[in-house]
Structure formats: structure tokens, C-alpha cells
Design a protein around this ligand. Structure first.
Ligand SMILES: [Zn+2]
Ligand SMILES: [Zn+2]
Length: 274
């Protein structure tokens, strides 16, 4: 069993390079048995000051997405278990909209990801200061957003905690997320209390950062605090990356003491032995 529970596809994710069928094919080539398609839904993070943000997922999109999904699921039936989910940007910024998305009948699984602080650009676009202390309050605020998100009921797992570490690394900068252990402990306590999981995101393994997100010591902290719900995702935007790093992600989970990885059906985690 190998599951990749985070990937994007054309045309629903503006930054994706391949269609859903191609993503499924790519995942199959890498030996995946289960995947979940999780396109960007940035309806809760729209801000007139930052037009670079992805546009909201349009009403036309849901039915179109469902039709595409139904066809692909059928095509790969018996070979690859395909589910439909979404990666929703900070649903707690607009909770009513976030709840509408979470409750969409098409979606079995929702990753909640903080890509930007409130009224700020996506971390992807930032220039990181030389002196980390100048950036520290942003990381604190970032983790506070995840704490709120974890208690919001608007997602099933928290996506790629430490997202900015990927972009900082590209600028030759970085920090140890364990500097924020106190906040992380509050975060994971909230997760465990609310039945919210985390994802181990493998996309930055092949990036400058060369590591998982969250970093392994943070994954271990989550486990040590009683965290059991975990998914692994490549965050692939192209077919050739589908399933990339998933084996390594499973290995990390075993090293951290996890006995199970989660699949999702209608927002309910299914624990599968690893
Ligand atoms: Zn993301
Ligand atoms: Zn993603």
C-alpha cells in the first residue's frame, strides 16, 4: 500500500502542468495504490491588495471537476483507488465559505494549508530578511493560524506545516521549526483534541530544502504528543512527480513511531498499517 494524498491537476489548479488522467498514470508508474486529487481552493484568501493570489474556485468548476473525476476513477478502477479532495487555503479566514467548501458533496478529504498570513502575500513571493529575528513574529503568527485552523472543523489534515522553509531555502536562509516548540505543542494538542491530522509533504525533498514538511523533528513531536492521524502527499503538480517521495515519507513515519497511515472516506480517516 502506498498512498499519495496531495496532488494537483490541470485545469483546476492554475499552477498544475498535467491533467487528472496523466497524474493518475504517473502515480501508477511510481507504484501508488491510493491517491487523492487535491486542487487549490483559495476562495477564503482573496484580497484586493494581492491580485497574484489564485482566483477562487468557480461555481462552474465543481461540476466539471466531478465529471472529470468520475471518468478517471472509472478508468483506473481495480488498479488505483482515486479519491477527490481539495487543498483549501486558510478556510478559517472566511469560516462560512470554508464550511460550504468542507461540506461539498464532491469532497472526501480537505487539506487546510496556510499559504499566506491575513492580508499578506503567499510566502512564495516574500523576500526573507538576513536576520531571522525580523521574521520570527511572522512564524509565530503562522503557527497561531494553524492553531485556529486545527480547532475550526474546516479541514481534515493540516498541510505542509513550515511551508515558508521551502522558499527560504531557495534564498539560502532557514531556521529550525523546533525553536517554536511551545507553540507546536499547543498546535498538536489542538489537533489531537479535534481529531485533525497532519500531512507529511514530500515536495521539498527534491527542492533546495531537501527535507520533509514539516521537518522530521516536528513530525516526531506530533507523534510523541499522541498524534496518530497522518497522511503523506507529494504535492505533485506534474505527472512525473506524482508519488515522488512517498516511500521515503512512509519510512519517516515508521522512524517516528507511527504504525498507520490514513486514507480518507467522506472525511473519516481509515487507518492502514504501514
Ligand atoms: Zn500548499
Ligand atoms: Zn498543494
Amino acid at each position: 500500500m502506498l498512498s499519495d494524498y496531495h496532488m494537483h491537476c490541470k485545469p483546476y489548479s492554475p499552477d498544475a502542468g498535467d491533467y487528472m488522467d496523466e497524474m493518475a498514470q504517473g502515480a501508477l508508474r511510481r507504484g501508488m495504490t491510493h491517491i487523492c486529487i487535491t486542487n487549490h481552493v483559495e476562495n477564503c484568501t482573496q484580497s484586493p491588495e494581492f491580485p497574484d493570489q489564485f482566483p477562487p474556485f468557480g461555481d462552474w468548476g465543481w461540476e466539471h471537476l466531478w465529471m472529470t473525476y468520475a471518468g478517471v476513477r472509472e478508468k483506473y478502477a481495480g488498479r488505483l483507488d482515486i479519491r477527490l479532495g481539495a487543498e483549501v487555503g486558510s478556510p478559517h479566514y472566511l469560516p462560512e465559505e470554508g464550511l460550504d467548501i468542507y461540506a461539498r458533496p464532491e469532497l472526501e478529504f480537505v487539506i487546510g494549508s496556510v499559504h499566506n498570513l491575513r492580508h499578506a502575500k503567499d510566502f512564495y513571493y516574500l523576500n526573507y530578511p538576513e536576520d531571522f529575528d525580523n521574521f520570527r513574529p511572522a512564524v509565530e503568527q503562522y503557527l497561531d493560524e494553524y492553531i485556529e485552523l486545527a480547532g475550526s472543523g474546516l479541514c481534515d489534515v493540516l498541510g505542509h506545516i513550515g511551508y515558508m522553509q521551502k522558499y527560504m531555502a531557495r534564498q539560502g536562509k532557514g531556521f529550525d521549526m523546533m525553536l517554536f516548540e511551545e507553540r507546536l505543542r499547543i498546535l498538536f494538542k489542538t489537533c489531537v483534541e479535534h481529531g485533525v491530522g497532519i500531512e507529511v509533504n514530500t515536495a521539498a525533498l527534491s527542492d533546495t530544502l531537501g527535507d520533509f514538511l514539516p521537518q522530521p523533528s516536528v513530525v516526531k513531536l506530533y507523534r510523541d504528543m499522541g498524534g496518530e492521524i497522518v497522511t503523506v502527499g507529494s504535492d505533485a503538480h506534474r505527472a512525473e512527480d506524482a508519488g515522488s517521495g512517498i516511500r521515503e515519507g512512509f519510512e519517516l513515519l515508521r522512524t517516528c513511531g507511527f504504525k498507520y497511515v490514513c486514507l480518507y472516506e467522506e472525511h473519516v480517516p481509515k487507518f492502514v498499517k504501514i
